[in-house]
Design a protein around this ligand. Structure first.
Ligand SMILES: [Zn+2]
Length: 317
């Protein structure tokens, strides 16, 4: 049976509805949980998060993919209760945002060990939650080039993905050649790899987008809403029209069905204040109206938010 792993169990592709492919319930740098400045009670986290997920559901959102890695605040019990309360499917990730957020226990481990961790989380369960991971996260460390540790994690991710049929999301799409080589060596189908953050203000100019698409991978326009127009924009912000034009240009060149969109927002940030005025619901409040006014028809929007993410997330094999 075709299925996707969510935190409450497997669901059929047709049940996903509209998908936010790269989001965070709460994202923080490893160690920030030890800084009491930022502690939040469970009630505070719920209060910040539930209304955003309810609004997402009311807008027609069906599935929220949490792209938070193992060391960045992933909390699967909590995701299960959020999903039960709101009716939103939540997909949890195994993997790491990047080599530079993998704590020493994992950073020093072998490729085999890391592969086993990923495969266990996908095929057995994450801890004792009963939940299986539905995607694998890998990424490029700060600095613009893949480090040896990044490559080790990509290789483990590729082995786990090729073995289990689960897809890979990447943090950043810069320096893609080592990644493409590893995926080829490990037999990871590129149709099941989404190179992420190809659209943000810092990385878009450095990302060889058509090279990645031409190789057969998918490309993530997943930081929609981090705009220079925000009152206090983050360093990776980009002018709204410029990002939209980039998306439309690739679409016109024939890549529309290889592109996936999201907002990379945090419902309740951990260890940092987050970016005010930005939520997952940017997808419905701004992006969809912008795409419609640019002439993208309803059938295409359905493919963008429903069909293509479902094809990407469905476990192969
Ligand atoms: Zn993210």
């Amino acid at each position: 049976m075709s299925k996707i792993n969510t935190v409450l169990g497997p669901v059929a592709p047709a049940e996903l509805g509209a998908v936010a492919i790269h989001e965070h319930i709460g994202y923080g740098m490893p160690g920030s949980e030890l800084d009491t400045t930022w502690w939040k009670s469970p009630e505070e986290r719920y209060t910040e998060t539930i209304p955003k997920l309810r609004a997402f559901h009311d807008y027609g959102g069906g599935t929220f993919v949490d792209a938070t890695g193992i060391c960045n605040g992933r909390d699967v019990d909590y995701y299960q209760s959020l999903s039960e309360k709101t009716g939103v499917h939540i997909v949890a990730a195994t993997g790491f945002v990047g080599g530079d957020t993998a704590l020493p226990h994992f950073a020093r481990a072998s490729v085999d060990y890391i592969t086993e961790v990923f495969v266990h989380e996908i095929t057995e369960e994450i801890g004792h939650t009963g939940a299986k991971a539905g995607v694998i996260k890998v990424g490029v460390s700060r600095g613009g080039r893949m480090t040896e540790l990044d490559k080790k994690i990509y290789r483990a991710g590729a082995r786990a993905g090729a073995t289990t049929g689960v897809s890979i999301l990447t943090h950043l799409a810069i320096d893609p050649e080592p990644a493409l080589a590893i995926f080829a060596e490990e037999g990871m189908p590129l149709d099941k790899v989404l190179f992420g953050h190809a659209d943000d203000g810092v990385n878009a100019p450095l990302t060889p987008d058509t090279r990645i698409l031409g190789a057969g991978a998918r490309l993530g326009f997943d930081t929609f809403g981090y705009e220079t127009e925000l009152p206090d924009p983050p360093f990776w912000a980009r002018p709204r029209q410029e990002r939209l034009d980039h998306f439309l240009r690739l679409s016109e060149e024939g890549w529309f069905d290889r592109l996936l969109v999201s907002a990379d927002a945090n419902c309740s940030p951990l260890g940092w204040p987050g970016v005010k005025g930005h939520t997952v619901n940017y997808i419905f409040e701004q992006l969809l109206p912008d795409l419609k006014s640019a002439g993208v028809d309803d059938d295409s929007l359905h493919r963008l938010l429903v069909d293509n993410p479902a094809a990407f997330l469905t476990i192969a094999n």
